[in-house]
Design a protein around this ligand. Structure first.
Ligand code: SAH
Ligand code: MG
Length: 195
């Protein structure tokens, strides 16, 4: 297992695949264990790195993960098999905004996909969150660009950073959810329903 994780880390580095930073995934794994989180939905599987680590944090944890890129989806399936976690992890090959979920609820939803669509993901998937569940979002700092967008030259990048800034604003002003921001890795947020 440890070998597989190291193998995945170097594969991701080589192919420029943005897997979660060590600090962030370690924090999330601790949370899953502490809260005995059982059902997880992940938006953005990539090669399965975070799915595998989340599923192995706790004996009872099951993960459903969604990926729209075929090569990554195939790589993810391969890694889940190597980890022996086929029973614990379900990999869905689809655009998350087009997925139809049945009447399930999740204790934890991890948003870690296209940065420009964070608000859309949040609005769609909050309906599948258990009443005391949490929505976790990765890359809230976007490599340090968030809060520093005036110095960015590329229009594309600036647009994307602007969208994350809007998402942060959306979370801060949200009347339904209360959000805590953590300065870990590339920035994590935890949103829970207000009582
Ligand atoms: N959670 C992973 C990293 C995910 S990287 C880990 O830490 O190991 C983000 C992934 O989200 C990419 O592989 C990208 O293809 C996928 N993605 C982006 N937008 C998506 C969407 N709308 N639906 C499904 N997958 C998406
Ligand atoms: Mg990420």
């Amino acid at each position: 297992m440890k070998e597989l994780i190291i193998e995945m880390e170097s594969y991701a580095k080589e192919k420029n695949i943005p897997i979660m930073e060590k600090e962030s995934i370690a924090f999330l794994m601790k949370y899953i264990k502490m809260k005995n989180v059982k059902n997880i939905l992940e938006i953005g599987s990539a090669i399965g790195y975070s799915s595998i680590l989340m599923a192995s944090s706790n004996l009872e944890t099951k993960v459903t993960t969604i990926e729209r890129d075929e090569t990554r989806y195939m790589e993810c399936l391969k890694n889940v098999k190597k980890a022996g976690l086929e029973k614990e992890i379900t990999v869905v090959f689809q655009d998350a905004l087009e997925v139809n979920l049945s009447d399930v609820t999740y204790d934890l939803i991890l948003i870690d996909a296209a940065k420009g669509q964070y608000t859309k993901f949040f609005e769609k998937f909050k309906h599948f969150l258990a009443s005391d569940g949490v929505i976790v979002t990765d890359n809230i700092k976007f490599h340090g660009y968030v809060g520093n967008s005036e110095n960015i030259e590329s229009k594309n990048l600036k647009g994307l950073v602007g969208k994350i800034e809007n998402y942060i604003e959306f979370l801060k002003e949200n009347e339904e959810f209360e959000t805590k921001f953590y300065d870990l890795g590339d920035g994590l947020s935890f949103s829970i329903r207000r009582k």
